[in-house]
Design a protein around this ligand. Sequence first.
Ligand code: NAD
Ligand code: DAU
Length: 355
Amino acid sequence: MHYERKILITGGAGFIGSHVVRLLATRYPHYHIINLDKLTYAGNLENLRDVEQLPNYTFVRADICDHERMLELLAHYEVDGVVHLAAESHVDRSIRDPFTFARTNVMGTLSLLQACSRVWEQSPEGYRGKLFYHVSTDEVYGALPLDGGMFTEQTSYDPHSPYSASKASSDHFVRAFHDTYGLPIVITNCSNNYGPYQFPEKLIPLFINNIVQGRPLPVYGRGENVRDWLYVEDHARAIDVVLHRGRVGETYNIGGHNEWRNIDLVHLLIETTDRLLGRPVGSSEGLISYVKDRAGHDLRYAIDASKIEQELGWKPSLQFAQGLELTVRWYLEHRDWVEHITSGVYGEYYQSVYG
Ligand code: NAD
Ligand code: DAU
C-alpha cells in the first residue's frame, strides 16, 4: 500500500495522543498512522478500540529512550512526520519521582530527535518534506498573578515543577536541533486539557470518580489556583491544523480562553455530576476537603492563543459547560474503563490483542 504520508505518533495510547490518533487515522485514510507507545500506567490500548482495525493504523510498543529502536522504526516505516506526545505528564508524580520525568521527557525526546535527524538526513530528499512536531505545555512559562497577564509565544521560560522543568528542557532541545542542524520542527504549548480517556489522577476525572464513589475531593490549598481549560478534541484539531499548516520553526500557543478557579470548577463539577446521577444537586458538596497545598503550586495559567487563531484560523469549538457535561456523561457511561485502567486489567487486554 502506498501512503501519501507516514506519521509516527508517540504516546498515542495516552489521553491526548489517543484523540490525535483517532482524528488523524480516520480523517486521513491515505496516511499511515503509526502509534508508538511504551504503555506505561498512563497508556491504554482500550482508548483506541474503535481505531485498531483501520488498515492505515499500526501500533508498536516501544520506549522512546531506546535510541537504536527509534532509528530502526523510523527507517522501517519510512516515517516523514513525528507528532511527539509521549511523556510523563502528572505534576504530582514528578514531585515524588523527578528522575523518571527527566528520563522520558528529556532523554526520550533527545533520543527521538537524534534518531529523526540521522535517519532523515540520510534519506534521498534529506529534511525536505519532514517534520518533528513537539507537543508541549503552557507550564513551561511558569505562573501568572491572579490579577492579569497571559502567556504569549514570547513569554520567557520559567518552569517550577520537575514536570515543567523537564518539558521546558525538551522544548529547548527541539529548538536546538532546529537551530543547530536545521531539523524542521514545530512546537505547540497548550493549556489544561479535559475530556474522555483522561487518567483519573488529574483533577477533573479524579473528582468525577470520587463524586460517584462518595469519596473526599482533595482541593489543594484554598482552591484559588486558576487553570485555562480546553476540551481535548479541540486540542487534537489544533494539532491537525499545525501539522498541516504550521510554519516550520515556529511555536504556537493553544488555549481555550476559559479560566476557572479550581474551587469554582469543583462546584460546577459537583452540580453537573449530581444532576446526571439523579442525586439532589449539591448533595456532594460535603465531599470537598481542603488539603495541604501542592509544593511549588503555580498560581495561574492563561494562554493567549491569538497567533494560532489569526494565522491558522483555529478556534475552540465547545463552551465549557457543554464540554464538561460531555465529559461527565462519558465517565458515568464508562465505569468499566475507569475500573480496568485503575486495576491493571488493561495489561490483559494488550496481551489478548497483540500477544
Ligand atoms: P498521558 O500521561 O495521558 O499519556 C502519555 C503517554 O505516553 C502514555 O500513553 C504513555 O504510555 C506514553 N509514554 C510514557 N513514557 C513513554 C516512553 N518512554 N516511551 C513511549 N511512550 C511513553 O499524557 P497526556 O495528558 O495525554 O499528555 C500528552 C502530551 O501532551 C505530553 O507531552 C504532555 O506534556 C502534553 N500536554 C498535556 C496537557 C494536559 O492537560 N494533559 C496539556 C498540554 C500539553
Ligand atoms: O497546563 C497544562 C498541564 O495541565 C499539562 O501540561 C499537564 O500534563 C496536566 O497534568 C495539567 O497540569 P495541572 O497540574 O494543571 O493539572 P491537574 O489536573 O493535576 O491539576 C489541576 C489543578 O487542580 C491544579 O491547580 C492542582 C489542582 N488539584 C489537582 C488534583 C489532582 C487539586 O486541587 N486536587 C487534586 O487532587
